[in-house]
Design a protein around this ligand. Structure first.
Ligand SMILES: Nc1ncnc2c1ncn2[C@@H]1O[C@H](COP(=O)(O)OP(=O)(O)OP(=O)(O)O)[C@@H](O)[C@H]1O
Length: 263
């Protein structure tokens, strides 16, 4: 059977999620519909509490929507999780301090019972992808914050899943380091052709990285705008000064403002 390379990798239709809490129910996602095509870089931006993380966790099969449908690689999120369809990068690098960088990347592979040779080959290849080949034997505390975050990206890449889910991975880093990591992430995306879902609070970061920007607003968490970026795939950092870039950034800002006006 020929593989359908145009079918959405992630498809959400009228997704709803209500958390039952001790006080009132929280409507974290309301009527969220979104298709993500293979190889897209999709950013989710919106104020705190608008459901960005919740949406990513639904895709990862870590939260159960209370309504609507969601497929990942044509499967249920639970099936996709079992098939290791994605790697997940969290806001904090979350590396074990008692393991070396290689040891941290290897851990999930050890748990899944990969052979020693396969573990080693995968570790070398992902360390190279994030430009940390020289640092496999170091411990996390010996690396800068930006390098630790790259190591956690390497760990998420270790299974070579087609989808990378990233929840504000660079939020805690200073702007210069963040710029550098943004450039590196775009290069990695171009080289690997992965589909990326990326949560951020930063308008420039969303516009610089994405082929599609999803603007969300809270109470209830919903999509208020979806912007397909007209920017070329090859993006030097200086593109952020161009009128086209600023125009998209303006539209994102307007979308965020409109969401706030509903408060
Ligand atoms: N397990 C849970 N139980 C109850 N409420 C929850 C749970 N997880 C999230 N929420 C609520 O759902 C809403 C959406 O949360 P979510 O973390 O997805 O927002 P977010 O847009 O990622 O926010 P931030 O930018 O602060 O990370 C919030 O009001 C949050 O308090």
């Amino acid at each position: 059977m020929a593989l359908d390379t145009t079918a959405p990798v992630i498809s959400a239709q009228n997704l709803d999620l209500v958390f039952q809490t001790a006080d009132a129910p929280v409507h974290a996602l309301s009527d969220v519909s979104l298709d993500i095509a293979p190889g897209e870089f999709v950013s989710f931006i919106g104020p705190s509490g608008c459901g960005k993380t919740t949406f990513l966790r639904c895709v990862a099969g870590l939260e159960q929507p209370t309504g609507g449908t969601l497929t990942v690689n044509g499967m249920t999120p639970e099936e996709a999780r079992q098939a290791r369809a994605y790697g997940y990068v969290f806001q904090a690098a979350g590396l074990y301090p008692w393991r070396t960088i290689s040891g941290n990347i290897k851990l999930p592979l050890e748990i899944m019972g990969y052979s020693k040779a396969d573990q080693q080959a995968r570790v070398s290849s992902v360390l190279e992808l994030v430009d940390l080949s020289e640092f496999g034997a170091k411990y996390p505390w010996q690396l800068s914050g930006g390098m630790q975050q790259r190591a956690s990206i390497a760990r998420a890449l270790a299974f070579d899943a087609d989808i990378l889910l990233m929840d504000e991975p660079f939020g805690a880093l200073d702007e210069i380091v963040r710029d550098h990591l943004n450039e590196q992430l775009l290069a990695l995306w171009a080289r690997t052709g992965k589909t990326i879902g990326f949560v951020t609070h930063s308008i420039p970061e969303a516009v610089y990285l994405s082929t599609k920007i999803v603007v969300m607003s809270p109470r209830p968490g919903r999509i208020t705008d979806v912007i397909d970026s007209p920017l070329q795939k090859d993006r030097p950092l200086e593109i952020r000064e161009t009128p086209k870039f600023l125009e998209i950034a303006h539209r994102v800002r307007e979308g965020l403002r409109a969401g706030h006006l509903d408060d």
